[in-house]
Design a protein. Structure first.
Length: 53
């Protein structure tokens, strides 16, 4: 059976999209950000996150 990606998901990995690019992979939901990890790295300094080593 082939799964259709057009089905509206209510829960699980494919239910949330990145607010910036629409990707469904690697979503950061903490603090209601809803950014994928790639977009988060680009916008993190502008929204106040700092990189600690």
């Amino acid at each position: 059976m082939v799964r259709n990606k057009l089905i509206k998901r209510k829960y699980g990995k494919g239910s949330k999209k990145c607010a910036r690019c629409g990707s469904m992979d690697g979503i950061i939901r903490k603090y209601n950000l809803y950014y994928c990890r790639r977009c988060f790295r680009e916008v993190a300094p502008s929204i106040g996150f700092k990189k600690y080593m």
